[in-house]
Design a binder for this molecule. Structure first.
Ligand SMILES: CC(C)(COP(=O)(O)OP(=O)(O)OC[C@H]1O[C@@H](n2cnc3c(N)ncnc32)[C@H](O)[C@@H]1OP(=O)(O)O)[C@@H](O)C(=O)NCCC(=O)NCCS
Length: 210
């Protein structure tokens, strides 16, 4: 099930449009990458990556929207839309009801609530596609990302080499998320995305034949 588009305002009133990533979005992803600081790139990719190589661009944009979904954010406050963030999940091959999640926001737009909004939107898409747990490995210095997960009552386990393994249980009904500012963003975003996810199909039903 492909996600829907969401128009929203960031905490400072900036208008953004969230929509599923399409194959034509390769250029937008490359432009977004150009606006990521070296530290943000490191937090996202765990290595200094100068640009997204063509094979990764294909992998990031030519997706089935079921086992791999990505939602891009455009700043639509100016004359031309500007790519400012992306969230994606990729279903785990071993555990079909779990998926690896990653969120990226360009530095100029960080700290305004966009990362939380993108996480909520990708969580809603994940639940609709039969996923009940999002997982992420986060560097222990990435306090912003860890704070967002903490406010969602995710479990966190320290791993070797300064990494934290995060597990976030997902709920079809957003009222189950904690009563925190981040939990409130989940409730608002789930409501805008069509409310509680009523019929969650099993991962087996959702998986496409190979
Ligand atoms: C980590 C990252 C995605 C966070 O995105 P962001 O847009 O900066 O985050 P937000 O503004 O949504 O949240 C940041 C803070 O606002 C809080 N917040 C979010 N929505 C809120 C709201 N509506 N009201 C009050 N507080 C809110 C969060 O709890 C968090 O708390 P803090 O200020 O105490 O740290 C972003 O910094 C980033 O892209 N970093 C580089 C890549 C990366 O690290 N990716 C993660 C890999 S898994």
């Amino acid at each position: 099930m492909a996600s829907c588009s969401i128009e929203a305002e960031l905490r400072d009133g900036t208008a953004v449009l969230l929509r599923p990533v399409q194959p034509d979005d390769k250029h937008l992803l490359s432009v977004g990458m150009e606006h990521l600081s070296p530290q943000s790139r490191y937090f996202r990719f765990f290595r200094p990556l100068p640009e997204i190589p063509p094979n990764l661009l294909r992998q990031f944009t030519e997706i089935d929207h079921v086992n791999h979904e990505a939602i891009g954010a455009l700043d639509v406050s100016g004359a031309d839309p500007v790519p400012v963030g992306v969230a994606r999940y990729i279903r785990s091959p071993e555990e079909k009801a779990a998926a690896e999640v990653a969120v990226t926001v360009v530095d100029s737009h960080q700290g305004r609530g966009l990362g939380t909004l993108l996480l909520a939107a990708i969580a809603h898409a994940a639940v609709a596609n039969g996923i009940d747990q999002l997982e992420a490995v986060v560097l222990s210095g990435n306090t912003k990302m860890l704070q967002v997960f903490r406010e969602l009552a995710a479990t966190m386990t320290r791993r070797a080499a300064g990494e934290v393994q995060v597990r976030l249980p997902l709920h079809p009904n957003a009222s189950a998320y904690p009563q925190t500012p981040v939990g409130d963003v989940f409730r608002q975003t789930f409501a805008r995305s069509g409310g509680a996810v009523k019929s969650v199909q099993s991962p087996q039903q959702r998986l496409r034949p190979e």
